[in-house]
Design a binder for this molecule. Structure first.
Ligand code: ACM
Length: 766
């Protein structure tokens, strides 16, 4: 007898510790399926289980199932053996190309689908069912059940940006594997930008001979060797085919008319506006170089699109459209003449015309054009679909006009947003001042924006997370930013709208973290790691000689256990209950553990020595009044190892040590790093805050009592061209009554490299 088990209840059951052993009623699945019905009995799948797959699509899914189960469970299934307990069945009754019905009964598992994509999704569900825990290589006993599943949205995307930092092909393959494993179906490749052109174009070889390589910025000394890379068309075709087998479409982007500096550096006479040849950019942000809308340039772009369409069979081609400051067009007599001839009044209309022409060109070839929401500004070309990144307004406006849209609003769906404010978090953006985008923030994102007319909801194709890669130099950094937040978007875009179960999601994510690890993916443990927070000020703790500390994790999952004796915490260590009152000089170590005793993250530690309490790392400094700390950047732009990172405000290199205990501290030493200033600010350059320098290279000025307080010390800065990029300054502090902010201002010119405080150590003697 089949008993219906409502979804919410079924998923809740998975988060109870009782299920960790014995047959799984419902194993943890991400994304949560549309519906699950429990059956009766169990089925055990072990080493050598055979698969029956009829046609080519079924055989592909069977092959993927074998590969995935090997990775996530360490079991070797027998493959398409023509006999065995796992069957793929083509069934026209399962409506929708991506839908599948997976049935487990005492005889076997059947995956029924009408489309090849449904077979792949069903195979990935089964691979998750077969890896509910960390028992690698062990047979798995499944409860009888029927899963009926289909996606909520048809666009479930991840954008990767190999333009800012080249992403090697094997990393792209690994990303495709992970997309498939969680039923995401679009890989958007941002193939061109100011900092690099990454696709071989046979007709225009300089696009990669010149445009794929840039000289890194320098913080003073000689610049390093060029960095970059590109994909051959053969490599991209192979990637597209690999993705297609996994039910994933690769959508290419050629960004225009802005973000064109690498193209203009390669072919200034063909696509440039004012005739000059810039270097390929090493400046992040917004740069002035545009593609010209003149005939010579339009013809060039169409030739590029011809080769692009040959490599990428996707329905959609992304043409960018974002952040194109129009100054070059404003100053070009030829562009102005073109606008006049076309009867266009503004440069935004010129952009709209250009995008529309190219959209029409794509349409003639049976393709559809999509662009960032700026393409709305000059009037939305009739042919266009919109990817909304500056909030949701663009999506709402476009959908209400009847255009298809994809939601990818910053900062929530931007993976370069830091996911925690821990000091061990690698580089990224600190959105909107000091905000972070946690796993929970992403999970709570609802892809159906408010303000959408009820009859226009079908124009929301789905949502996409974007991994813009200014701050991701290595594959590991890209993976850290992407996973596990990708799991959250997978669920938001696949599972029914009613699936809003963060606690259940986190419980289901815990085994998924194991799958990531077994696939060699460097997923972030930021949501599971223990954070230590001192209650009150450090000064209060120093005066009381006791440190009140609370322990928490972002996800709130598992039991936090800690030690104070220098050993690593284990499942038998003391469980954290209420705030700790630590004496001076101990090192607390803590991690959260699952019900069956596995740590969910690497233990983190907290020191209570007086010296540790008097030290502020860069991430514990705060923004100066009027400022915002908005980036966390590495020591050098191309640093590939675990280089130190620095929170900086690119508009004002002023930072504060908050609440310094001036009755306790007598002196200080401050470690300073000099970083390349390489940000294309365009019209935002007017927001730069200058500080008046009184020596050749500027000074570090330390003030007590905030940025208008007394000057405690002034240190002239060295010549950037001849001095190392890290230095230490030592000084005395004026005696004070209690806590006061220390303000650290760098007064170097706005053309010089940026200085950041690496850490500030207060001392009890001077
Ligand atoms: C974008 O972030 N410029 C699309």
């Amino acid at each position: 007898m089949i008993r219906f088990r409502p979804l919410a209840f079924a998923l809740l059951m998975t988060s109870t510790a009782a299920l960790a052993e014995g047959p799984q009623l419902i194993a943890p699945l991400i994304p949560a399926p549309a519906s699950v019905e429990a059956g009766t009995g169990t089925l055990t799948i072990g080493e050598g289980a055979g698969i029956v797959a009829g046609d080519a699509g079924a055989k592909t899914a069977a092959r993927l199932l074998v590969q995935q189960v090997k990775v996530v469970r360490g079991l070797t299934l027998a493959g398409d053996a023509g006999t065995g307990p796992i069957r793929f069945v083509r069934d026209a009754g399962v409506a929708g190309d991506e839908a599948y019905v997976l049935t487990v009964d005492t005889n076997g598992v059947t995956i029924a689908a009408s489309g090849d994509a449904g077979f792949v999704h069903g195979a990935m569900t089964l691979a998750q069912l077969l890896s509910p825990d960390a028992a690698i290589g062990k047979p798995v006993t499944l409860a009888a059940m029927t899963i009926r599943d289909a996606p909520r949205f048809k666009w479930r995307g991840l954008m990767i940006d190999p333009a800012r930092h080249f992403v090697p092909i094997p990393t792209l393959y690994a990303m495709v594997d992970q997309l498939a494993a969680q039923k995401m179906n679009v890989l958007h490749l941002h193939l061109t930008d100011d900092q690099g052109w990454r696709m071989e174009i046979k007709r225009y070889p300089d696009l990669t001979r010149i445009g794929a390589w840039r000289t890194p910025p320098s913080s003073g000394g000689a610049p390093g060797p060029k960095v970059g890379g590109f994909y051959t068309q053969a490599e991209l075709k192979a990637l597209v085919a690999y993705a297609k087998d996994r039910a994933i479409t690769v959508v290419p982007e050629i960004d225009l008319p802005g973000h064109a500096q690498a193209a203009v550096a390669s072919y200034p006479a063909e696509v440039g506006v004012l005739g000059d040849r810039p270097a390929v950019s090493h400046d992040w942000g917004v740069n002035p170089w545009l593609f010209s809308p003149e005939d010579r340039s339009m013809t060039f772009i169409k030739h590029v699109l011809d080769e692009l369409m040959d490599v990428f069979p996707s329905q959609f081609i992304h043409l960018g459209g974002d952040e194109a400051v129009k100054d070059q067009w404003e100053r070009s007599p030829a562009v102005q003449a073109k606008m006049k001839a076309l009867g266009l009044k503004t440069e935004m209309q010129m952009q709209s015309w250009m995008i529309d022409q190219l959209g029409e060109y794509l349409a003639k070839h049976g393709r559809r054009m999509i662009g960032w929401d700026e393409i709305l500004e000059g009037g939305l070309p009739p042919s266009a679909s919109v990817m909304s990144w500056r909030g949701e307004k663009g999506a709402v406006e476009a959908a209400n006009q009847g255009h298809d849209v994809v939601l990818s609003p910053a900062p929530t769906l931007y993976l370069d947003s830091l996911q925690s404010n821990r000091s061990d978090e690698p580089a990224g953006r600190i959105s909107g001042g000091d905000a972070i985008v946690t796993l929970a923030d992403l999970y709570k994102y609802e892809p159906e924006p408010k303000g959408l007319a009820p009859d226009k909801a079908q124009h929301v194709m789905g949502a996409q997370i974007n991994a813009f890669s200014e701050y991701f130099v290595t594959p590991e950094q890209l993976q850290h930013a992407t996973f596990p937040r990708l799991s959250a978007l997978a669920e938001r875009t696949w599972s029914p709208k009613s699936t809003q179960d963060y606690a259940g999601f986190v419980a289901r994510l815990e085994p998924q973290m194991g799958r990531y690890a077994r696939a060699g993916i460097a997923a972030a443990d930021s949501a599971f790691a223990v954070d230590f927070a001192v209650q009150g000020t450090r000064g209060d703790a120093l005066r009381a000689r006791k440190v009140p500390v609370t322990l928490a994790t972002q996800a709130g999952y598992g039991t936090i256990r800690y030690t104070l004796d220098g050993t690593a915490p284990t499942a038998r260590s003391k469980a954290y209950g209420s705030p700790l009152s630590l004496k001076s000089g101990v090192v607390a170590r803590a991690a959260a553990f699952t019900g069956d005793g596995r740590p969910t993250a690497v233990p983190r530690l907290f020191e209570t020595s007086r010296a540790a309490l008097l030290r502020r790392s860069n991430s514990e400094m705060v923004a100066c009044p009027g400022g915002s700390l908005n980036l966390r950047v590495p020591l050098t732009a191309e640093a590939t190892a675990l280089a130190p990172v620095y929170n900086i405000n690119i508009f004002d290199s002023c930072t504060m040590y908050p609440a310094a205990p001036l009755d306790v501290a007598r002196g200080f030493s401050v470690d300073v790093a000099r970083l390349a200033r390489h940000y294309g600010l365009a019209h935002d350059a007017s927001k730069l805050v200058p500080h008046y320098a009184v020596t050749t290279y500027g000074e570090l000025v330390v003030r007590a009592g905030g940025c208008k307080g007394t000057i405690a010390a002034t240190f002239p800065l060295p010549d950037p061209a001849t001095s190392p990029n890290r230095m230490t300054f030592r000084g005395k502090l004026p005696e004070g009554k209690g806590d006061a902010d220390l303000c650290l201002q760098f007064t170097q010119s706005l053309e010089s490299p940026i200085y950041a405080v690496e850490s500030m150590q207060l001392t009890e003697t001077n």
